[in-house]
Design a protein around this ligand. Structure first.
Ligand code: PMP
Length: 418
């Protein structure tokens, strides 16, 4: 049967992206499987770029939303107080924050990753009275004004120039043994360096779009101290690495740090219901009422989905073990591929179920991703040259589906080299 893509090609903007890599018309999805309109199935190692951590149409989340709507629960409530919101706030406090000894005030921003980053930076600037933001090479924070200005990728930022952002090298960028924190410190102390005292540092503890670059615990701890020394705030963008992706609910837990602000979106809304949540220390709540408005800050279906997700998976710490078991399988696989194809693969790295293999030649990465799709697997690339094959299965993926997906990667690599 012919795929009919002409409706998209004739009418949709050239800006479309993922559909170019996966040129099918999808109709259904369940768990870790996507189906096209002809019933062909694909294993999903992309998971909505991190927005479907618990699988497509996850039954726990789906049942909660269906029951809510069946009961005429309010969907659009601006930012009214609603029962659904109250339940989410209580659940999130009791099951996520309190067991981790964290205390944060919650702000529901417009429901996308880029919006929550905008709000975080706006608040940091207002609180400190400073303009400059320090961001890191290869960071990705979104595609709107301020979030784009702190995003590292030059392709995304082309033809746009922004002031008040200093971009510093990310951990590992300058090579083993280079003390980045001391380097930043020197720049901050030097009036002629061009790096003004910042309102905040913004970072991903594992850079997702930037190529699965994992910050060390030491770097994270050093950055917190440095920020304190210079009266700056630390914003952790956990839009992609949060909600369990790296093995713990928050990606920064492993370093024992408490960022001043935390951005969540993507999987906080369950399986793709748009939602974003900004967490910040109580003392930072200097907003005036209505100062950071947005019509869709109160998507009650998202609150229902988010509460069901927390209740279903984050009651206690058992789910972390499930993630760790799957993460070990993926990590072992990536390291074996690296050993067996050391002429093609430069390095394997990652944390939790955010793993990647960096190829020397980005054309090969592109070819492998294409072959994977032909062989029934959706898998994306990342990195400044798209040279990293990025493995992001659902956190609760069935083990046999996970192994089958990795098999497809293995024989697609073999196929790519003939
Ligand atoms: N921050 C990070 C770390 C992300 O990975 C993304 C999306 N890839 C964003 C922000 C932006 O999110 P959105 O696309 O929902 O605006």
């Amino acid at each position: 049967m012919e795929k009919n893509l002409s409706v998209f090609e004739d009418n949709e903007s050239q800006v479309r992206s993922y559909c170019r890599a996966f040129p099918s018309v999808f109709s259904k999805a369940k768990g870790s499987l996507l189906y096209d309109e002809f019933g062909n199935s694909y294993i999903d190692f992309l998971c909505g770029a991190g927005a479907v951590n618990y699988g497509h149409n996850n039954p726990i989340i789906k049942d909660a939303i269906m029951a809510y709507l069946d009961n005429d629960g309010i969907a659009m409530g601006l930012d009214f107080h609603t029962q659904a919101k109250r339940e989410f706030i209580q659940t999130f406090n009791e099951q996520i924050l309190m067991p981790r000894n964290l205390r944060y005030r919650m702000q529901f921003t417009s429901p996308t990753g880029t919006s929550v980053v905008e709000s975080a930076i706006k608040l940091a600037r207002k609180f400190t009275g400073r303009e400059n933001i320090i961001a890191f090479t290869n960071g990705y924070h979104g595609m709107t004004g301020v979030s784009l200005s702190v995003t590292g990728n030059r392709y995304n930022r082309q033809a746009i120039s922004y002031s008040s952002v200093s971009r510093l090298p990310f951990f590992g960028y300058m090579g083993e043994g280079f003390d980045e924190i001391a380097h930043y410190r020197k720049l901050l102390l030097d009036n002629s360096s061009g790096v003004d005292l910042p309102a905040a540092f913004i970072l991903e503890t594992v850079q997702g779009e930037g190529g699965i670059n994992v910050a060390s615990e030491k770097w994270l701890q050093g950055l917190m101290e440095l920020a304190k020394e210079f009266g700056a705030l630390v914003i952790v963008d956990d839009v992609q690495a949060g909600c369990g992706r790296t093995g713990k609910f928050f990606s920064f837990e492993r370093a024992g740090i408490e960022p001043d602000l935390v951005c969540l979106s993507k999987s906080i809304g369950g399986f793709g219901i748009p939602m974003a949540l900004l967490l910040f220390k109580d003392a930072l709540d200097v907003w005036g009422a209505g100062e950071d408005n947005g019509t869709f800050r109160g998507n009650n279906m998202a609150f229902v989905a988010a509460a069901a997700m927390v209740n279903g998976y984050w009651h206690g710490f058992e789910f972390e073990q499930e993630i760790a078991q799957r993460a070990a399988i993926v990590s072992d696989f990536c390291h074996r591929m690296h050993r067996e194809h050391s002429g093609l693969i430069k390095i394997a790295r990652g944390l939790g179920l955010m793993q990647g293999m960096e190829f020397f030649d980005e054309n090969l990465t592109a070819q492998i991703s294409k072959l994977c799709f032909k062989n029934g697997l959706v898998i994306e690339r990342a990195g400044d040259r798209d040279q990293v094959l990025k493995i992001m299965p659902a956190l609760n993926v069935d083990l046999d589906v996970l192994r089958k997906g990795l098999d497809i990667v293995e024989y697609s690599i073999a196929e790519s080299i003939g």
